[in-house]
Design a protein around this ligand. Structure first.
Ligand code: IMP
Length: 193
């Protein structure tokens, strides 16, 4: 079962007093190991292509990959969406396609966070046109309160409240990706006026 996280768990980030730690690096590492073990078991004896969604998923992908005990290759895809974080326009554009053929292969699409669900549904539809043998989705975080369309991931790290989070690959205006913990960015740090 996916752990559901309340936003009151930890203190503030040591070097960033404005940021409250929602998920510590230890908590994340334990959960990523569980997801890796689950994937290893589900695809026993088979090979995988891990397709990471740039840039937010790159740290999750690199840590998850090291917990999967199967022959695996990596690929990356990149999209741009229009509108700001609170007003997703619904328009998603492919900025970088995958490099290798996934036809007849087992693919795991690796995402940082499911927010409105638009990006994931767009990418799933796109990858399915390449006819993979299997297409599964691993997402580190899920924000169910923000979904605006039904969205499904097979491997989810944590269900989180409706907060804007940064760290462990996730950014605000390209910053904070290198924080080892997942932290809550207070609204006054991204809302103007
Ligand atoms: P969706 O299409 O609305 O589900 O958006 C998914 C993408 O928006 C994620 O892959 C992230 O890149 C970004 N995103 C959504 N919520 C957050 C957040 O809380 N922090 C950082 N990035 C986010």
């Amino acid at each position: 079962m996916t752990p559901a996280i309340a936003n009151t768990m930890h203190g503030t980030h040591a070097h960033r007093p404005n940021l409250k730690v929602l998920l510590s690096r230890e908590q994340i590492a334990r959960r990523v190991a569980e997801l890796g073990a689950q994937i290893t078991q589900d695809f026993q004896g088979q090979s995988l292509i891990l397709v990471g969604v740039l840039k937010g998923a790159c740290i999750f992908l690199s840590e998850l990959a090291r917990q999967i005990e199967l022959d695996s290759t990596f690929d990356f895809i990149s999209i741009s969406s229009y509108g700001n974080r609170s007003e997703h326009s619904g328009e998603v554009r492919l900025a970088k396609d995958i490099d290798q053929s996934i036809e007849g292969k087992n693919v795991i699409l690796v995402e940082d966070i499911l927010d409105t669900g638009l990006t994931l549904n767009y990418l799933k539809e796109l990858l399915l046109t390449h006819q993979p043998a299997a297409l599964k989705v691993a997402a580190l975080l899920n924000k169910p309160a923000r979904h605006i369309q039904p969205v499904h991931a097979d491997y989810i790290g944590f269900e989180i409240p409706n907060e804007f989070v940064v760290g462990y690959g996730m950014d605000y205006a390209e910053h904070y990706r290198n924080l080892p913990d997942v932290c809550i960015l207070p609204p006054e740090m991204y809302q103007s006026g």
